[in-house]
Structure formats: structure tokens, C-alpha cells
Design a protein around this ligand. Sequence first.
Ligand code: SF4
Ligand code: SF4
Length: 166
Amino acid sequence: MDLELFKKQATEKRDELTAFLQRLDDIVPEDIHTVVDEVNSTVWKDVDCTTCANCCKTMTPIYTQQDVTRIATHLRMSPKAFREKWLVKEEDTGDWVNRNLPCQFLVNNMCTIYEVRPADCAEFPHHDKKPFDLYNDTYIQNVYRCPATFLMVSRLKDRVEAEYEW
Ligand code: SF4
Ligand code: SF4
């Protein structure tokens, strides 16, 4: 994955894709989930996360209490020691997030706690969330961060504009 090229392409198309997603907030085609699922399945034929890991390098997951307990147990630490070593509590939201970026568990573009990773990581990039338009703000942020989301939204835009009157 050429992340510099991705950032260049995402910068060029960001406003266009943001406008599309904002319009999708007002006008949601009835079969949007079918279309999204079809588009999304094409994306993963062209994107290999192990050559990217941009999410783990540039964003932090939110750790739930269950995440902390599960991962700390896996690492044979207490939840308190785990938090003190790796996490910080955000002042405005109270969320527990990584103290540092890239994520401390990323090694050679691979997650070293993959089986017990935070639910937030397991669900990223949230392309199968429903209703789709509820996640527009997430996609608007992530078209610039995640090559898979960039591709999904770009292809969705092409498809919706070609097939729907809106
Ligand atoms: S989910 Fe997106 S940002 Fe994360 S590794 Fe895959 S393509 Fe890259
Ligand atoms: S826990 Fe794993 S998947 Fe989640 S950000 Fe860290 S390295 Fe990436």
C-alpha cells in the first residue's frame, strides 16, 4: 500500500466525497445496505490491511472495560497496570485511549494482540454498520485515513450517481 499516494488521492477527492456523504444524509436510497454490501465486497479484493495499518499508526481505539480486562488477562497484567502502562483517559469524553501512536501492539504492520484486540479495532472500518447513514460522520473522517473507506465511498458514489435519481 502506497500511503503517500493514498493521502494525495484522498486530499484531492475529500471535498467531493464529503459532499456526497452529506447528501446521503438527506436522501437515502431504500436498498442502500444491499448496494453498500456489494460495493464493500469489491473493496476487500483490492485492499490488504497488512500492507497498510494506517488506522493503527494514526488513530487510537477506545478501550471498553471488557477490552481492558480481556487484554490485560491475555498479557498477564492487572487491568490497573495495563491502563497505567498504555492508556490515558480523555478529559472531555472519559474514554480510555492509547497513550501513544502508533499503537504499542503494532509490530511489522501486524497486531500482536489480534485475538483479543479491542472491539473498536475488530469493527473498524465499520462498513457493515446499519443504518449506514448513521455512520456518515465516521466515513467523512475516515475517507482521509483509511484506504478501504476511501475506496468504498468512492465506488458507492459512482454507483449511486449512475443508478439513482437524486
Ligand atoms: S482498516 Fe483501513 S486504515 Fe486500517 S489497515 Fe485496513 S485499509 Fe488500512
Ligand atoms: S490493538 Fe491491534 S488492531 Fe487495535 S490499534 Fe492496536 S495494533 Fe491496531
